[in-house]
Design a protein around this ligand. Sequence first.
Ligand SMILES: NC(=O)c1ccc[n+]([C@@H]2O[C@H](COP(=O)([O-])OP(=O)(O)OC[C@H]3O[C@@H](n4cnc5c(N)ncnc54)[C@H](OP(=O)(O)O)[C@@H]3O)[C@@H](O)[C@H]2O)c1
Length: 228
Amino acid sequence: MPSIKTALIIGASRGLGLGLVQRLTEQGWQVTATVRDRNQPSGPQSIAHVVVETLDINELHSLNAFTEKLKGQVFDLLFINAGVSGPRPQSAELATAKELGDLFLTNATAPVRLAQRMIQQVRPDTGVLAFMSSVLGSVTCPEGNDMVLYKASKAALNSVTNSFVTSLAEPRPTVLSMHPGWVKTDMGGEGADIDVQTSTEGLVKQIDAYAGKGGHHFINYKGETIPW
Ligand SMILES: NC(=O)c1ccc[n+]([C@@H]2O[C@H](COP(=O)([O-])OP(=O)(O)OC[C@H]3O[C@@H](n4cnc5c(N)ncnc54)[C@H](OP(=O)(O)O)[C@@H]3O)[C@@H](O)[C@H]2O)c1
């Protein structure tokens, strides 16, 4: 009998993170999901068999308590999905130091700090470490110029991820920087192209397809490669 696969989804209170938890549990995975506020009734607490933990990736005391609590657990998938869109309007001229700090900490450095702390708990060889990037993080992407700071934060995430991955000894898990499509969530808005179900079905399909391949890949939910 095949053993049950385990996943840890970071930033799963709503939107794509919650969708990933739903798709994986439907497919028989044992899922641990993190939220910042356990009192949101519509979050992963409402899904049977999901273990819910509290984590704000930006807060060191929260990260320390979380990593200590999960010590010794091994995951077939660690998916770091948490992200923010940043200040509006997005302009290098108008953004304050605090706004820029919050955006780049949340989207670019806190995800990799968490990955550094937990990489030994991702199953070597067949495990997958996934980051929620965006096609807007591709440095030559001509779209989304009203999101100039968000774009830069996702390009920075890809860069910091690359530095981290190249520093890892073998055996390494497969590392994916993933674009979910333009998705109808609080961040993506009602006018987006696809729904959470379509995006997360595709993301999980690609995670299954890439497990065991090794390397670091920038792909979308359909499995298409995106230029860095
Ligand atoms: N929607 C799209 O079209 C699209 C396209 C490309 C990439 N993405 C990326 O996909 C990811 C999810 O986006 P979404 O559309 O699902 O957005 P969303 O609905 O706004 O959800 C964002 C999630 O991130 C969590 N989060 C934010 N800051 C956090 C922190 N400091 N610590 C822990 N969790 C934190 C939020 O938790 P709270 O509920 O506590 O705020 C929430 O669960 C993001 O990384 C986003 O950049 C989205």
